[in-house]
Design a protein around this ligand. Structure first.
Ligand code: DGL
Length: 267
């Protein structure tokens, strides 16, 4: 049996397109309906209550649009709203925290893992809890990097200013002797080069986007939801504000052009 319904993916904005890119690479036949809450981004400095409220609204919207599985591509929403969403909806819901934590625990050799993310993600302790559930002996250091999101959004991906900001956030990790660093935010894979320059050269960077795509594959197989048509899937995007900017900046995140972007005024 082949299930042609789309996978629903959402993020606070356009950063979640890094997850869409990983999904398209791994599961090219799957159609995707993407929701970017561009009117209310960033989520990373908002309260848990508000993040849950927005995430519930968006999940309902995706279900109305026939999503067969929901991916919470936003690390902040995954950290704070995933448990609530799982209780509220009847389709499988996946976040990015557990797949990222699993990859990191597999990768670390010296059992020292670093985590970077938004203020809300780091304060939630969600990655620490997920890692601890797998291996209690792992030592974890976490650092919020709030300026990385605007830098990525503006396309400031290299140069002196960005290196200095990255050094400010990341050099303390070198004293902690981490060998693995989780990029716990949708936007950070775009800053991979700068991040690599500031940490020990042997540090393994964990990109949750690729890890979550593999997990989606597993879940679709388990629930018999795979699209086996062999045809290329469609990407449809909904945003809550300014589709033009979403299209131009989104290209950088997705690695290909974006059309079919529609604005939703009422979620
Ligand atoms: N999408 C958010 C995340 O992955 C980053 C942007 C925001 O703060 O909303 O945590």
């Amino acid at each position: 049996m082949s299930d042609t319904r789309p996978i629903g993916v959402f993020d606070s904005g356009l950063g979640g397109l890094t997850v869409v890119k990983a999904l398209q690479k791994l599961l090219p036949s799957e159609s995707i309906v993407y929701f970017g809450d561009t009117a209310r981004v960033p989520y990373g400095n908002k309260s848990k209550e508000l993040i849950i409220e927005y995430s519930n609204e968006i999940t309902n919207f995706l279900i109305k649009n026939d999503a067969k599985l929901i991916v919470v591509a936003c690390n902040t929403a995954s950290a704070l709203a995933l448990d609530t969403l799982k209780k509220n909806v009847s389709v499988p819901v996946l976040g990015v925290i557990n797949p990222g934590a699993r990859e990191a625990t597999k990768a670390t050799l010296n059992k020292h893992i670093g985590i970077i993310g938004t203020v809300a993600t780091v304060n939630s302790g969600a990655y620490e809890n997920a890692i601890c559930d797998i291996d209690k002996s792992i030592i974890i250091s976490a650092q919020a990097c709030p300026l990385f999101v605007p830098l990525a959004e503006e396309g400031w991906l290299e140069g002196d200013v960005v290196e200095k900001i990255a050094a400010h956030y990341l050099t303390p990790f070198n004293e902690k002797e981490i060998d693995t660093l989780i990029l716990g935010c949708t936007h950070y894979p775009l800053l991979k080069n700068v991040i690599t320059n500031q940490v020990d050269e042997k540090t393994i960077l964990i990109d949750s986007a690729e890890a979550v795509a593999r997990e989606v594959h597993v879940q679709l197989s388990i629930f018999d939801l795979l699209n086996n048509s062999g045809q290329k899937g469609l990407l449809t995007c909904y945003v809550t504000d300014i589709p033009m900017r979403f299209e131009t900046v989104g290209k950088r995140f997705l690695g290909s052009s974006l059309d079919n972007v529609q604005t939703v005024h009422e979620v």
